[in-house]
Design a binder for this molecule. Structure first.
Ligand code: NDP
Ligand code: MG
Length: 399
């Protein structure tokens, strides 16, 4: 049986790794639809190679440019605008959806895939952070299979017993050990983070990723978002999750059991492993990843995270505990802060301070509807954008 796949965010780092796995298994997977925002050249090459039924460019100018470049006999229909995304994510002819748009823009199509009962391959952690309870409810109602693609959550999924439903006592699960590389600035003091440039922040030591998640890794917000992601996915609280800095990124996370066992998943830092796992589950397929050579690695190190220098992890924990709309506010403020940092409007050390100030101004409300999430998201964006001027370059406030 061929599985038909929609790749949301096809031109990005995860999208391209997904298409590489598809390329290796033409007898198993067929691309139904691809989406991107503005990268026309990349999309053009992928449309010509995979001839999907639909190619969505959310930027209308880019959709026009793509249409002009495609040969007349190309069977792919080009659609413009974000409104087309839920359609390609929930179409009756789709079996699985790779949710790999970056940021809050991924929420609506990912939810649409969940509600339509598709196999949801979740890379877009921001959508789960923003709307966790609603998202998990949509998965249940739609009867969808939710496969975590984030390497840590994929490792935890692999290390938990089959059918794990959050009943930790019955399954003997004691805690989740969420590993973190520590990012490019591991070991630095707060003072040493002054003057960090975007180029330095996006140069991750182990993983090649999109810009936004690379900055999140540098601030440890990525680990904060992943802590929230783990709580929703595996029905636990921050107390059940220990963050372990493991600079080699060989162990991708672990589960500790009541009998003293710790089960870990190891592998190369290559996202094609979790992607192939999610696509083929419960089977396994070749992902094009070279085998792990433990003699080359030789040693594995573990230390606690430095939450004083990298406060984003604490902010994420606080947001989850406050609950309701607070994780959506954390996420939106972070997106504005990271974007401003990448544009060199604010310094690196202002990112957590800005997020904290927006969270302090917000009173968490219960997540009664999707509209509550969207309102909190837009409120936080306005708040964060309005505060950017408080953090001029080179004279930032101390965290
Ligand atoms: P990239 O920046 O490499 O790619 C993002 C994709 O989303 C691109 O296809 C981009 O299109 C599209 N996109 C960007 N903005 C919008 C928008 N406003 N509306 C619609 N589409 C948009 O990101 P990554 O692949 O690194 O990350 C994608 C997601 O996966 C993130 O949520 C990230 O946290 C998560 N993730 C990534 C990992 C990785 O190794 N990269 C690991 C674990 C999780 P265009 O190219 O045209 O701009
Ligand atoms: Mg991760």
């Amino acid at each position: 049986m061929i599985s038909r796949l929609t790749v949301l965010g096809a031109t990005g780092s995860i999208g391209q790794s997904t298409l590489d796995v598809v390329r290796r298994h033409p007898q198993r997977y067929r691309v139904f639809a691809l989406s991107a925002a503005t990268r026309v050249e990349r999309m053009l090459a992928d449309v010509l190679e995979f001839t999907p039924q639909f190619a969505v460019m959310t930027d209308p100018q880019s959709a026009l440019a793509l249409m002009e470049r495609l040969p007349e006999d190309c069977p792919t229909q080009v659609l413009a605008g974000a409104d087309a995304l839920p359609m390609i994510a929930s179409h009756a002819d789709v079996d699985m959806v790779m949710a790999a748009i970056v940021g809050a823009a991924g929420l609506l199509p990912t939810l649409a895939a969940a509600e339509a009962g598709k196999r949801v391959l979740l890379a877009n952690k921001e959508s789960l952070v923003m709307a966790g309870p609603l998202f998990m409810d949509a998965i249940r109602r739609g009867g969808a299979a939710l496969l975590p693609i984030d390497s840590e959550h994929n490792a935890i999924f692999q290390s938990l017993p089959a059918g794990y439903d959050g009943d930790a006592r019955r399954f003997g699960v004691e805690r989740i050990l969420l590993t973190a590389s520590g990012g490019p600035f591991r070991g630095r003091t707060h003072e040493q983070l002054h003057g960090i440039t975007p180029a330095q922040a996006v140069a991750h030591p182990n993983w090649s990723m999109g810009q936004k998640i690379s900055v999140d890794s540098a601030t440890l917000m990525n680990k904060g978002l992943e802590l929230i992601e783990a709580c929703f996915l595996f029905h636990c609280t921050p107390d059940d999750v220990q963050v372990v800095v493991h600079p080699q990124s060989v162990i991708h996370s672990m589960v500790q059991y009541c009998d003293g066992s710790v089960i870990a998943q190891l592998g190369q830092p290559d996202m094609r492993t979790p992607i192939a796992y999610g696509m083929a589950w419960p089977e396994r397929i070749d992902a094009g990843v070279k085998p792990l050579n433990l003699f080359d690695i030789a040693r594995l190190d573990f230390t606690p995270p430095d939450e004083a220098t990298f406060p984003c992890l604490r902010l994420a924990r606080d947001a989850f505990i406050a609950g309701g709309t607070m994780p959506a506010v954390l996420n939106a403020a972070n997106e504005i802060a990271v974007d401003a940092f990448l544009r060199e409007q604010i310094p690196f050390t202002a990112i957590p301070t800005l997020i904290e100030s927006v969270m302090a101004a917000h009173e968490a409300r219960p997540l009664t509807s999707l509209q509550t999430v969207l309102d909190a998201d837009s409120w936080a964006r306005t708040q964060a954008a309005g505060r950017l001027g408080e953090f001029p370059m080179n004279t930032e406030k101390q965290v």
